[in-house]
Every structure is written in structure tokens, then in C-alpha cells.
Design a protein around this ligand. Structure first.
Ligand SMILES: *[C@@H]1O[C@H](CO)[C@@H](O)[C@H](O)[C@H]1NC(C)=O
Ligand SMILES: *[C@@H]1O[C@H](CO)[C@@H](O)[C@H](O)[C@H]1NC(C)=O
Ligand SMILES: *[C@@H]1O[C@H](CO)[C@@H](O)[C@H](O)[C@H]1NC(C)=O
Length: 392
């Protein structure tokens, strides 16, 4: 889901099964000076690796559209299900993107001119639907649905993205066209064409690495997205699955129900469960206010910056683990992971931001990067479930 404070985005237990996968490593870069150069292609016995870039608050993926291919850098968004790129000549109506599509230059471009319109937490994009070949790290996927945008708020170009790659559940796309049609995402199209064996993808993050001698690394590979399933080398446990929520407001999203949350010896049980969006496009972990209060209770030197972000002494000793129970599985967010000691979001040597924040009004919880860096997350369109496994 794009928008909201720090919510910038945009974004199979068959570990023994050798499935066809398309894997894309991503690189973290600073928010300024983004390089769009692709990491080399990799092809390993049925697995295909494609690069993705992390600009600390968002993840960028390089794709190509058309025949011959025209390059784009897109924000990866699990919180929306429509992909769009700006049209050539759009200029200020699209924020002067680096790359734009020239439909006439693609021999495989097709459109029925169906209107496209999407509104994000912040921002919007409009245009018309089309289909063309999309190439992800050397793998060509014919007939991928996307929209050609001739008007959007252009904020994306600040992040180095030309457009958005939406890989939420297909159903979420009904809100983006006048006929309420379900428009399959790239993932579903890859599956339908037999390019991947399962309509599934997984996301593997490595935690933001330590600054080297106080100098931030300009760019680093720190994760991968795998289309088709999970890479064994990414995980050290079986995948625990949680069904996606049945709650009406969130059933079309990648969202699950949380049964209870414990913070130290405080436990809150949610009889009917609370909904949590699982959002690679969110940097922070948003939890109910009482939970956040209990986490920071008694932390000496706690304060909030002008945006409301919590700042704690980096070496706080009494910060608790946060334990989430979902579908009878427990998942722990430890201080080691929620206190941000490195990367573009580091505050100072003594004071640290955290990945924790109170939930916004529209949802009970959001499991963003601060959670997802600890677990490999698996998005299973076939069984409407999200899996989590310990990260290698
Ligand atoms: C697009 O096609 C036109 C006309 O053939 C050509 O002049 C132009 O160089 C092409 N642009 C790109 C970016 O390939
Ligand atoms: C995964 O599950 C299998 C079958 O239930 C079990 O034998 C195996 O020990 C588990 N592996 C791990 C790493 O927990
Ligand atoms: C969770 O465990 C309880 C107690 O063992 C059981 O009654 C319930 O059915 C379980 N729920 C799920 C979703 O497995």
C-alpha cells in the first residue's frame, strides 16, 4: 500500500519440491542518488534470479516491457494489484520519469483502451489497460496486464521509480477499472503460462547491514523476491501458514488475523482476531496503541521526533520481545530487530529509531519490513494464505 507515514511503497512448505522459480535479488540504496543499473542475471536449473532494489523505504525492481524490450524501474507493492508505467511524452503529468513507454515501438503491445484508475494511501495514477510481454531478469512473460499511465502524481520519481508493480491478490484489481473486472497480476500470468509451478511468491529480506566505519553503504543487495515459491537457501525452518483474513475490509488484501499479542508479561487476546496487513511496502510495524505503550513503558530516555517516530537509547536494556500469535503459531519481534541501529534510518550513535508505531485508523496492524526482515514471507494465491519461515 502506498502512502501513510513511512508506508512508502508503492509494496510453501514444499521446501523439498523442486519447483520452477523466478528469483529477484534486491539492492538497498540511499533515497538520493539511486542507480537503476541491474544486478546481473542469474539462471540456475529452473530458477531465475532478477534484481530488486531497496531504497530503504521502498523496493525497486527492474523489468522490461515490449518487443524489443523497453526498460523500467518499478516500485514493488504487495498492497495493490495493478501494474502501471508512464507513457512517453507524459512529462510533468507523470513527474518526469526516467523511463516511459512508447507503445508504437513494441510489436507485441495490445490495448482495448479500458480505463485504469487507482488511488493509493497517498497519490494516484490514471490511464488505460494494455497487455504486452514483460521481461523479469531475462524471463519473458507474454501477455502481462498493466496500465499505461498518462497522469499520476509523479512522487514516485523521487524514489527512482517510473511506476508500480502491484502483486497483491488479483481480486484487488476490481477497484481499478469501471467494469470491476479481475485483472490477473504478473504472478498469476506467470503461473497460467507455466513459467512458475505455483501461484505463489516469497520475499526474503536481509536486515539492513551495519554502517561501515560510520559510512553508509551506497548500495547493497539485501534481499530477493522469488516468483513460484521459496528458495531453500533462504529459510532455516518449515513454513508456518496463516490463512488470509475473512474480514470484509481486508479479505482482498494480503492480510491475516492476529489472535493475541504479548509484550513481556502483558498479553492481549483478541477474541475475534484483529486484521494485520502483510505489507512489503511498509517500513514500519504498526500495532495497537496499548501494545506500543507496553513496549515503551519504562524505557528511560524515550522520546518522539517531530513526525511522531519513537526514538530510544540504542542500548536500552529493558525493551521486551513482542510475540504475535497467528493461527496458533507464534512469531517474535525482538528488540534486536525493531531498534534501528544501521542504514538510512539510523538516527545517531546513541539514539535509535524503532520500526514500531501505533496503527493508523484504517487497520488494526501492519506487518512491514521491521517484521518481514526476520521471516521469509510467502504469499500463496492458490490457498489464500501467507506463510512465514525463519530467515537463513
Ligand atoms: C521508437 O520508434 C521510432 C520510430 O521507429 C524511432 O525513431 C525511435 O528511435 C524509437 N525509440 C526507441 C526508444 O526505441
Ligand atoms: C519440517 O517438517 C517436517 C515434517 O513435519 C519435519 O520432519 C522436519 O523436522 C521439520 N523441519 C524443521 C526444520 O523444523
Ligand atoms: C488453536 O489451538 C486451540 C487449542 O488447542 C484449538 O482449539 C484451535 O482449534 C486451534 N486453532 C487453529 C486455527 O489451529
Amino acid at each position: 500500500m502506498k502512502g501513510t507515514l513511512f508506508l512508502i511503497s508503492t509494496a510453501i512448505a514444499y521446501t523439498a519440491v523442486s519447483a520452477k522459480l523466478v528469483t529477484i535479488p534486491f539492492t538497498a540504496v540511499e533515497r538520493t542518488g539511486i542507480s537503476a543499473s541491474a544486478v546481473g542475471n542469474k539462471k540456475l536449473g529452473g530458477l531465475v534470479d532478477v534484481p530488486l532494489k531497496n531504497i530503504d523505504l521502498a523496493y525497486l525492481i527492474d523489468v522490461e516491457i515490449g518487443s524489443p524490450p523497453q526498460p523500467f524501474t518499478l516500485l514493488l507493492d504487495t498492497g495493490s494489484s495493478s501494474t502501471w508505467v508512464p507513457i512517453h511524452g507524459c512529462g510533468r503529468y507523470c513527474g518526469y520519469p526516467i523511463n516511459s513507454l512508447i507503445p508504437a515501438n513494441s510489436s507485441t503491445f495490445k490495448t482495448d483502451n479500458m480505463l485504469f484508475s487507482i488511488r493509493y494511501g497517498e497519490g494516484f495514477s490514471r490511464g488505460y489497460y494494455a497487455k504486452d510481454t514483460m521481461t523479469v531478469n531475462g524471463v519473458s512473460v507474454p501477455q502481462v496486464n498493466f496500465a499505461v499511465s498518462d497522469y499520476n502524481d509523479g512522487e514516485l520519481t523521487i524514489d527512482g521509480a517510473d511506476g508500480i508493480l502491484g502483486i497483491g491478490p488479483d481480486k484487488l484489481s476490481v477497484y481499478n477499472n469501471p467494469d470491476s473486472k479481475v485483472i490477473p497480476t504478473l504472478v498469476t500470468t506467470m503461473y497460467e503460462q507455466g513459467i512458475i509451478d505455483h501461484n505463489v511468491f516469497s520475499v526474503y529480506f536481509q536486515p539492513v547491514s551495519q554502517n561501515v566505519n560510520g559510512v553508509r553503504e551506497q548500495k547493497r543487495v539485501n534481499g530477493e523476491i522469488v516468483f513460484g515459491g521459496v528458495e531453500d537457501r533462504h529459510i532455516t525452518s518449515n513454513v508456518s501458514y496463516v490463512p488470509t483474513t475473512k474480514k470484509a475490509d481486508f479479505e482482498d488484501y494480503w492480510a491475516v488475523d492476529i489472535q493475541s499479542i504479548s509484550v513481556g508479561d502483558y498479553t492481549r487476546e483478541y477474541e475475534r482476531g484483529i486484521s494485520a496487513m502483510v505489507d512489503t511496502g511498509s517500513t514500519l510495524v504498526f500495532l495497537p496503541r496499548d501494545i506500543i505503550n507496553h513496549v515503551f513503558r519504562g524505557v528511560k530516555g524515550l522520546r518522539r521526533d517531530f513526525t511522531g517516530q519513537y526514538v530510544v537509547p540504542c542500548k536500552s536494556e529493558n525493551l521486551p520481545d513482542i510475540v504475535l500469535t497467528m493461527h496458533n503459531n507464534t512469531f517474535t519481534i525482538s528488540p534486536e530487530h525493531y531498534v534501528i541501529t544501521a542504514g538510512a534510518l539510523s538516527y545517531s550513535a546513541e539514539s535509535c529509531y524503532t520500526y514500531l508505531q501505533e496503527s493508523p485508523p484504517f487497520v488494526d496492524a501492519i506487518l512491514g519490513y521491521g517484521f518481514l526482515q526476520q521471516y521469509v514471507s510467502v504469499y500463496d494465491n492458490e490457498h489464500r494464505r501467507i506463510g512465514f519461515a525463519d530467515r537463513a
